[in-house]
Design a protein around this ligand. Structure first.
Ligand SMILES: Cc1ncc(COP(=O)(O)O)c(C=O)c1O
Length: 414
């Protein structure tokens, strides 16, 4: 009995909600089941039961039924996407050419072998191979952490707002989310974090730098949290997706803190978002647990090849980070000229406060009409006046700021 994809998941995102690659809200079980397009064959005749409300698909687990996620709409041609924090500069031609010429039929026909990349990472990070786990994007590493350490009925402490998938995985594994909000200066309270830790959550999940705020937690606060979490037996995950831009890492601390796991990605500064590759780093017992829940052969052959070559050529990332900083300078300077405030960012995106001049939603719409997709408006009070813009090299940022200038003028004149 073939099941077609529920029509519901193909519809474009609706309503509020935000995150990287997902929009989620709660919905009833009946609405989901009703949308299922169940077909069955009787002899040569196909009977379509999708319109019959008495025919229901089996329900998924209650926490999955409550979770609603939609497929993102496709790209609009000609739009520059500054909403997903992707690398905004092509990888060098020689790099792409070397990957292209190394792509053989075997890479398609054979299951992936990751040994070379494990060896390379182990050497460059000065870790043993059993302290590293390669995953299909760092998102898969984060999901594995939840899978191993967050029981149904448990709780997860996270910054609020933060990477949307932390909330999704909390729901998915039947746990409770404990969000630590930020003030208008986008600062998180150390006291609230440590009070939440005292309640012995299943996981303390920190993005550092955080997304979408772009902020880093103070090093002393992180160390105190790690010390206390160790005493309490709580796992701390630090998501370092934006590490190449911040230069701040807790990787070395995994030897001191067996309750610490770090996730990193090749998606952002490295520019391999489309290939899906990242990794987790932790003491061997934690990596051993994460290994058990990974999907078999999850990291593909081409991703392994490209990540290996990038790891052998750190200058590619270093050069991009330099260009990005020059781009960030241009945004900051032009924003000042336009009487706009920008928040300091340790990442490849920047929050620009526009709400005191015109509503953030009108700016997002106006920029889209001028060919730029940015993130916003945000539902959180601390970000309500902001748009979030992925940073790129100077020329792109100059062009973008011209579009922002024109958009603000349009908005004021209407
Ligand atoms: C903070 C943070 N962590 C993790 C990810 C996931 O990245 P990936 O799965 O591409 O490695 C993202 C993506 O935007 C992110 O912003």
């Amino acid at each position: 009995m073939p099941l077609t994809r529920p029509a519901d998941t193909l519809s474009p995102p609706r309503g509020e909600g935000w995150g990287e690659g997902c929009i989620f809200r709660f919905k009833g079980r009946d609405a989901w089941a009703h949308a299922m397009n169940v077909m069955t064959s009787v002899g040569s005749k196909t009977v379509e039961r999708s319109q019959d409300p008495s025919v229901k698909a089996p329900a998924a687990l209650p926490q999955i039924e409550r979770l609603v996620r939609h497929r993102e709409p496709g790209d609009q041609p000609g739009i520059i996407r500054l909403n997903r924090n992707e690398r905004q500069e092509p990888l060098p031609d020689w790099f792409v050419e070397e990957i292209r010429s190394a792509v053989t039929s075997d890479l398609f026909t054979q299951y992936p072998v990751a040994d070379a990349l494990y060896e390379q990472l182990s050497a460059s990070l000065e870790l043993s191979q059993d302290e590293i786990l390669l995953t299909a994007g760092s998102d898969a590493a984060i999901k594995a952490i939840f899978h191993c350490y967050v029981p149904p009925g448990g709780s997860v402490v996270m910054l609020e707002p933060s990477y949307a998938m932390y909330g999704v995985y909390t729901e998915m594994f039947g746990a409770r989310r404990v969000g630590i909000g930020c003030n208008d200066a986008l600062e998180f309270s150390a006291k609230e974090l440590s009070d939440a830790l005292e309640k012995r959550p299943s996981l303390l999940m920190l993005a550092n730098p955080n997304q979408p705020t772009g902020t880093l937690l103070d090093g002393k606060i992180i160390r105190r949290l790690l010390e206390r979490a160790l005493e309490l037996g709580v796992l701390v995950a630090i998501d370092e997706a934006y590490y190449p831009f911040s230069g701040i890492t807790y990787l070395r601390a995994i030897r001191e803190f067996p309750n610490l796991v770090i996730t990193r990605t090749f998606s952002k500064a490295c520019g391999l978002a489309g290939l899906r590759i990242g990794f987790a780093v932790a003491a061997a017992p934690v990596i051993g647990a994460l290994y058990k829940v990974r999907s078999v052969h999850d990291v593909n052959t081409v991703a392994l090849l490209a990540a290996l070559k990038l790891s052998q050529h750190p200058e590619i990332v270093e050069q991009y980070v330099r260009h990005l900083r020059e781009g960030a300078e241009i945004v900051a300077q032009r924003a000042r000229e336009l009487a706009l405030e920008v928040y300091p960012s340790s990442t490849n995106f920047i929050l620009i406060k526009v709400g005191h001049l015109v509503p953030a939603a009108s700016v997002v719409d106006g920029l889209l009409r001028r060919g730029y997709l940015v993130r916003g408006p945000f539902s959180q009070t601390c970000l309500a006046a902001c748009i979030r813009v992925t940073l790129g090299p100077p020329k792109l940022m100059n062009d973008f700021m011209n579009a922002l200038d024109a958009t603000l003028r349009d908005c004021r004149n209407h």
